[in-house]
Structure formats: structure tokens, C-alpha cells
Design a protein around this ligand. Structure first.
Ligand SMILES: [Ca+2]
Ligand SMILES: [Ca+2]
Length: 280
């Protein structure tokens, strides 16, 4: 694992700030200008409440909706964020597959077939989330911890997961073909000073898939560069999907209203904040 530099961290912050500043602009901005296509900051409901619907941010908020899909009595709860400013979402803890685990997954969905801002296109595309992973996520070989994705294997997909504390980015641009995958960055158990991480996946304009991870230092109150990894193969082709394909946060969805449980939902066990999807 290579360590990123301070310059890298500053650049990342600048990029996020620029993208955030653009969030209010019309979606006619040039393709090379980063535009936040969708974001979730989990500001509502108030801490302690069960989350059912969420307010989508970004340039296309008018055409997107977000809600929590549940199964087996699962629920997602609003909690004070360990990162900044407002709340985060707390997903169910680990329960083995054989014991009907309570499940909850956020679905971000298009409202109309006429526009799909969730499409990743052929150029630079970035998907990221802040997360606090439970120490206990089980050891089941097929039941992982999916953080943010669109599309299910072996179909086209882009994904960020932290299965068994291993952060990785995945891209498959052709159904049933091999996925391009970044090398693992290990996410340690929580400590008194570090409980939250920020993982940023980027498919670059030239098809390079990379993962950057930052750790939130509680004592310093800042993000600290933690690690980077880059896939050996390039991703060629577009990341566009059928408009009804939801983006999911915290697990797998087979549709905008149904959790995918075969063979496992890959329920993320822990807390999530600041989901951002950026094109350009
Ligand atoms: Ca938040
Ligand atoms: Ca899990």
C-alpha cells in the first residue's frame, strides 16, 4: 500500500469543494467540469429517528428520490455523525445469513425515464462515502459489506465495498466480463482516535480505476491521508445502465424496492455519511 501525500489530500479537498460549489448549477455544465450528480448528507431526520426517506442533493436533486428499503424487521436509524455538522445513517449490525438478518439499504432512484443523472458515462466518474465500520462484520465468505454501488454482478456495475474490512473499488463495463478491481486497503478496527474513514473511487478519463482512503482523526479534527491503490487493468466502456437501476447505499438491491438476498445482501454493518457521486 502506498501512502498518499499531503498534496494529495489538499487536492482532494479542493476537488470536493469545487464539485460542491457546482452543485447548484444547471446540468448543462461542460462534461469536463466535475458536477455532483447526487449526494446524501443524512441531515434529516433528527438523531434517534428511523430513516425512511432522504433528501437528495446535487445538481439533479429534482429528478432523484431516495428511500430506505428494509427486510426482516431491519431499519436504518439517524445518529449524530462522527464527521461533521449533522447526522449520519446507522445500518443494522451483523447477523449471520442463516438467522434472517434484519436488513436496510438506501435506494437512490430516478423519477423519470427521460433523464438519468446516475449514468457514469465513459470519462471521469467518482463515487465516495464516509463510513464507520462495525468491528464485527462476520466471516461469511459471500456476505460482505457493500457501501455504494450501481448494478449487481455479473451485470455492469460500479461499486465500493469494505467486505471483511477490505476497502476496494470495482467496475464492470460489460456484463459477464471480468471486473476491474483495485487492490485492497485494509480498514482497521475502531480506535479511540479513528472511527471514520472516507473512501473515494475514481474511474479516470483514461480508464484508470483508483481508490483513495482518508482517516478522520478525532484529536486533530481533520482528514488524514491513509492509503491509495490503483487497479492494474483499465476500464474501457461506459458506465450507463437502465434508468430503473437504483444506486444503493449500505447493501445490494435487486430493484428500487427490493433487497437482493441471494446469496447475500452484503449488508453494510456500521454508519455512513456524505455519499457523493460526481461526473467529470
Ligand atoms: Ca451528515
Ligand atoms: Ca455485512
Amino acid at each position: 500500500m502506498r501512502r498518499t501525500s499531503r498534496i494529495g489530500l489538499a487536492a482532494a479537498i479542493t476537488a470536493v469543494a469545487a464539485a460542491t460549489a457546482l452543485a447548484g448549477l444547471a446540468p448543462s455544465a461542460a462534461a469536463t467540469t466535475p458536477v455532483v450528480r447526487a449526494s446524501l448528507n443524512f441531515a434529516t431526520p433528527e438523531a434517534g429517528k428511523t430513516v425512511t426517506t432522504l433528501t437528495v442533493g446535487g445538481a439533479y436533486y429534482r429528478t432523484l428520490t431516495a428511500s430506505v428499503v428494509t427486510l426482516n424487521g431491519g431499519k436504518a436509524v439517524s445518529v449524530l455523525s462522527g464527521v461533521c455538522c449533522n447526522n449520519a445513517i446507522d445500518f443494522p449490525g451483523y447477523v449471520p445469513r442463516g438467522s434472517l438478518p434484519p436488513l436496510a439499504v438506501v435506494a437512490i432512484k430516478n423519477k423519470t425515464s427521460s433523464l438519468d443523472p446516475l449514468n457514469g458515462g465513459t470519462g471521469s466518474f467518482t463515487w465516495q462515502a464516509d463510513f464507520s465500520l462495525d468491528d464485527n462484520v462476520g466471516t461469511d465468505a459471500v456476505d460482505g459489506d457493500n457501501l455504494l454501488q450501481r448494478g449487481l454482478s455479473p451485470q455492469k456495475q460500479w461499486k465500493l465495498s469494505v467486505d471483511k474490512h477490505a476497502a476496494q473499488c470495482f467496475v464492470r463495463t460489460v456484463a459477464n466480463a471480468a471486473a476491474v478491481v483495485t487492490p485492497v486497503i485494509h480498514i482497521p478496527n475502531q480506535t479511540t482516535n479513528v472511527r471514520w474513514y472516507r473512501a473515494i473511487c475514481n474511474r479516470s478519463a483514461t480508464g484508470v480505476l483508483s481508490l483513495r482512503v482518508y482517516a478522520r482523526s478525532i484529536s486533530a479534527g481533520t482528514w488524514v491521508a491513509f492509503g491509495t491503490s490503483t487497479a492494474a487493468d483499465r476500464t474501457v466502456g461506459d458506465l450507463n445502465m437502465t434508468w430503473t437501476t437504483p444506486v444503493s447505499v449500505g447493501g445490494k438491491l435487486s430493484s428500487g424496492t427490493t433487497i437482493a438476498t441471494s446469496p447475500a445482501a452484503d449488508q453494510f454493518n456500521g454508519r455512513v455519511d456524505n455519499v457523493i457521486i460526481t461526473l467529470g
